[in-house]
Design a protein around this ligand. Structure first.
Ligand code: CMC
Length: 427
């Protein structure tokens, strides 16, 4: 079978043969398709719904089959058998660590958990009600001022140093943003606790000298961190890569990713789901809410996905984790509303015909609420683990000789060649 595409330009009658590789044509091959002196043919793709901008070996998704793999390992097995730090190592190094490599990795990450005091001061000086995602975004960008060596990304050792720093400091930053927002004194990182225990301690320790984390809740958060660690070329990974493409350090690039994640169509959907459940209020109101969604007055947050046209495999794992958390915390009363929404939506033609299924954000908020997190922290809980994915994407971008500065084309629809009328003469 010929791996080519034949294009007949009906404007000119000319025929072109274009190579097809990996079921993809190169957009620049279309440039030869042209009429007289006009620029060559290009594609128009708002939201980049059908454009591959990178070759990546990090994460594989088959949206129709509901498959998600990090470096070839199914998400179900990783969530069952690994810790988040093992998965972060996998995403960044390409292989699961041996026990020795994991011990070294944990040690180096633990060594970097402290923030520069000036960053801590910066966090302290935001308004009392600052959204922690905005704090996170600006503080990560601000880290560039402390670690300007982040720009020397060609040097492998320097690159890894920034990676260690960012993975280590994100939970500290997130916990400080939370504590500050609640008027609580900061709890500094400890080196006798693992990544998730340390985070929960920095968040929730108050007066007790030996704050202990329930191992079942710790495991639930570990699983949530694993599920959120990467998701190939989503909106925030694309933002990280676009900013990195002009030669940027990981702090500047990841702060762009945090900004992209902050939007309600992306990471902040988990907060929006809970706000939706609060508005619905009771199971009896579910049919009325669904009717509003179908009339286009509301969006059912936590449903639908650009890539998954099947049940999001992460949602299935989260649903199970929710049951385990509720055994410790008691059932979140909003679970019944969520289950009823899911039941009606999965049977209703509006959702079925559009292949709208629950995504990762549909059940995660219920767990976060049961764990005691306020809604504004939900997206932060997404950003902490996604940092390893962003850094894997950043590293791949910086070491890929085929990558270029991101600079899309446009179809210009504005005026041309107008003369400026002096101010006094404008009507
Ligand atoms: N509720 C109601 N209708 C929906 C929804 C929804 N959640 N999602 C999509 N649709 C409809 C949409 O109105 C459109 O209908 P029509 O063809 O009649 O115009 C059709 O389904 C296709 O939707 P789309 O907006 O063209 O699809 P997209 O691929 O551009 O958007 C999405 C994907 C995730 C932004 C969208 O499904 C959505 O807004 N979902 C709710 C927000 C959400 O849960 N986001 C989290 C995504 S998963 C985690 C993450 O990425 O952070």
């Amino acid at each position: 079978m010929a791996e080519t595409l034949t294009i007949v330009d009906n404007r000119t009658g000319a025929t072109y043969e274009i190579p097809v590789t990996n079921n993809t044509i190169r957009a620049t091959d279309l440039k030869q398709v042209r009429v007289a002196d006009a620029p060559g043919l290009s594609t128009y793709d708002p939201g980049l719904v059908n454009t591959s901008s990178v070759k990546s070996a990090v994460t594989y998704i088959d949206g129709d089959a509901g498959i998600l793999e990090y470096r070839g390992y199914p998400i179900e097995q990783l969530a069952e058998q690994c810790t988040y730090l093992e998965v972060a190592y996998l995403l960044l190094h390409g292989e699961l660590p041996t026990q020795e490599q994991l011990t070294q990795w944990q040690t180096v990450i633990t060594k970097h958990t402290f923030l520069p005091e000036n960053i801590t001061e910066m966090v302290r000086h935001y308004r009392y009600d600052a959204h922690p995602m905005a704090v996170l975004m600006s503080a990560v960008a601000g880290m560039h001022t402390f670690y300007p060596d982040g720009r020397e990304y060609q040097d492998e050792e320097t690159r890894w140093r920034q990676i260690h720093r960012l993975i280590a400091k994100m939970p500290t930053l997130a916990a400080f943003a939370y504590r500050k927002g609640h008027g609580l004194p900061l709890v500094y990182p400890r080196d006798d606790r693992n990544y998730v225990q340390n985070f929960l301690t920095m968040l929730f320790q108050v007066g007790e000298p030996h704050y202990e984390v329930d191992p079942r809740l710790e495991r639930a958060l570990e699983v949530l961190f694993i599920l959120h660690a990467d998701h190939e070329q989503n909106c925030s990974a694309n933002a990280v890569r676009a900013v990195a493409s002009s030669g940027n350090d990981p702090y500047t690039s990841v702060s762009a990713g945090i900004g992209a994640l902050f939007g309600p169509l992306h990471g902040a959907a988990n907060q929006a789901v809970m706000e939706g459940l609060n508005r619905i209020g009771s199971v009896a109101n579910v049919p009325g809410y669904i009717a509003k969604v179908k009339a286009g007055e509301e969006r059912l947050m936590g449903f639908g996905h650009r890539v998954y046209k099947n049940y999001d495999p992460r949602a299935r794992i989260i649903k199970k984790a929710a049951e385990e958390v509720f055994e410790v915390t008691g059932v979140n009363p909003k679970l019944q509303i969520a289950l009823e929404l899911e039941k009606i939506a999965l049977e209703d033609d509006y959702f079925v015909s559009r292949k709208l299924y629950p995504n990762v954000d549909f059940y995660s908020g219920l767990i976060y609420e049961a764990l005691g997190f306020p809604p504004e922290m939900y997206t932060v809980l997404f950003a902490i683990p996604r940092t390893s994915g962003w850094l894997a994407q950043w590293q791949e971008q910086m070491t890929d000789p085929e990558q270029k500065i991101v600079r899309p084309k446009q179809i210009y629809t504005g005026h041309r060649g107008r003369d400026v009328v002096p101010l006094a003469e404008r009507g």
